[in-house]
Design a protein around this ligand. Structure first.
Ligand SMILES: *Cc1c(COP(=O)(O)O)cnc(C)c1O
Length: 460
């Protein structure tokens, strides 16, 4: 008999989960204004709100923390991190920051100005926020296949080269500070970008004299998919693939809370000293001195170790297979999800799940609330609530797909937990026609409303 697949680690420390009853959850979600961000973590049984900063560190990461050097300048932890970044990404220069959006803030302060155009593949919301905050615009050039959840295209994070070329032709290079490629593409469902596409984007950008930056939060999961799906790379190691990927970029921003498996941290890495020098100024102003930038020595040590572990094949295989396990279970139950299953999360297509609900009633949020009630599982809405209002007309923006994202923390839950999530979704799917109404907004903030919004059930 062929031996089954098993996780590449064993468990050394555990945290208790508080179970709850349906009556308790009905009460709590009402008190939370039907917004899962307002729940306390004790009110949640399985927390799939995000995979950001929610991973479990390894024994080696915890022991690296004890060796943290808390010197203000030139700490050994800084040099450990510099060495890890250089050997894994190939970038010579780097600045630590406290998380990914801080890296964006520092780098964009040097590169983005009013009126600029930044093409990319479905920019992440903080990335877009930092572009729009500077009165510049993000232009989405993702391939069309990304927006059809039933299409089985292997690299739905890819940039559509025709769309990119249109943007590069339309605006002069002075107005395009860089092309940004998000690997994997979070917004389209944790979907990878192929090596072939990264190379082609680089070549096109070179022809137009425009730099390329990677938003690299999930670069290792992207490399795993390249190995699995791009024939030429089947026999290459993850580290070799990662090194080649980064040869196509001039710089990268990193949220270390994702593929580097730490609870807090980020960095910017650069090929050229010039950008590093310019960005150092903003790093010192916003984050801290250039050898710690918002991170303590122990955190830099844990991050250095996390970068090593996060780029090991066996770890990535365990990680991505768990996400796939949940996705396949859901598909087996007839639940519509983004295909193929992404790297960090399963994206449920709520519009196809609850087609009878009007979009003005926040279909994906209705499913998020049902899932919490059913099993205490906390997911996130990636739909009309998140898409927010148009800044000018103040009308709701309706995204191409109403998603419920089930983000899987790294090394935290077992497949038994995944079975519970899938069973809960199946139960809801079976009674989907009884879900007759969505939600209306009672209170909302002028931007980023999804974090604090308060809702009430819509009347019919
Ligand atoms: C999380 C994330 C960011 C922002 O990072 P934070 O650490 O949350 O500030 C940027 N880009 C992508 C693709 C992300 O997933």
């Amino acid at each position: 008999m062929e031996l089954p697949f098993a996780e590449s680690y064993k468990i050394k420390m555990v945290e208790a989960i508080r179970k709850s009853t349906r009556e308790e959850r009905d009460k709590w979600i009402k008190e939370a204004g039907y917004n899962v961000f307002n729940l306390t973590s004790e009110q949640v049984c399985i927390d799939l709100l995000t995979d950001s900063g929610t991973g479990a560190m390894s024994d080696r990461q915890w022991s690296a923390m004890m060796l943290g050097d808390e010197s203000y300048a030139g700490a050994s932890s800084y040099h450990n991190l510099k060495d890890a970044i250089r050997s894994i990404t190939g970038f010579e220069w780097f600045l630590p920051t406290h998380q990914g959006r801080a890296a964006e803030n520092v780098l964009f302060s040097t590169l983005v100005k009013k009126g600029d155009i930044v093409p990319g593949n479905s920019h992440f919301d903080t990335t877009k926020g930092h572009i729009e905050f500077r009165k510049a615009s993000a232009v989405d050039c993702t391939v069309d296949a990304a927006f059809d959840t039933s299409a089985d295209y292997p690299f739905k994070g890819n940039i559509d080269l025709l769309k990119l070329e249109d943007v590069l032709n339309e605006y002069p290079p002075e107005r395009i500070p860089f092309v940004i490629v998000t690997v994997t593409c979070n917004t389209s469902g944790g979907q990878p970008v192929s090596m072939d596409n990264l190379r082609a984007v680089r070549e096109m950008a070179n022809r137009y004299g425009v730099p390329v930056i990677f938003d690299a939060a999930r670069f290792a999961e992207n490399a795993y998919f390249i190995k699995k799906r791009e024939k030429l790379y089947a026999d290459r190691t993850i580290r070799e693939i990662v090194l080649e990927m980064f040869t196509y970029a001039d710089a990268m921003t990193m949220s270390s809370k994702k593929d580097a498996i730490v609870n807090m941290g980020g960095f910017i890495a650069f090929r050229k000293e010039k950008w590093f020098r310019e960005a150092s100024l903003y790093n010192i102003m916003f984050e801290g001195f250039i050898t710690y930038g918002g991170m303590s020595g122990r955190d830099m040590n844990a991050l250095a170790r996390g970068l090593e572990e996060g780029t090991e094949f066996d770890y990535l295989d365990t990680r991505v297979r768990q996400v796939e396990y949940l996705g396949n279970k859901l598909k087996g139950y007839g639940i519509p999800v983004q295909n193929p299953i992404g790297g960090h999360a399963v994206f449920v297509d709520a519009g196809r799940f609850l087609p009878h609900l009007p979009r003005e009633e926040f279909v994906a949020q209705a499913l998020v609330v049902e899932l919490y009630r059913e099993a205490g599982v906390r997911a996130t809405e990636i739909g009309t609530l998140l898409a927010d209002r148009d800044p000018v007309s103040r009308e709701n923006r309706y995204p191409a797909v109403e998603y419920v994202r089930l983000a899987i923390p790294r090394r935290v839950y077992t497949n038994n937990h995944m079975d519970v999530v899938a069973a809960a979704m199946k139960n809801i799917h079976e009674r989907r026609n009884d879900i007759r109404r969505g939600y209306n907004i009672i209170n909302e903030a002028p931007i980023m409303r999804h974090f604090t919004v308060e809702l009430k059930p819509a009347r019919k």
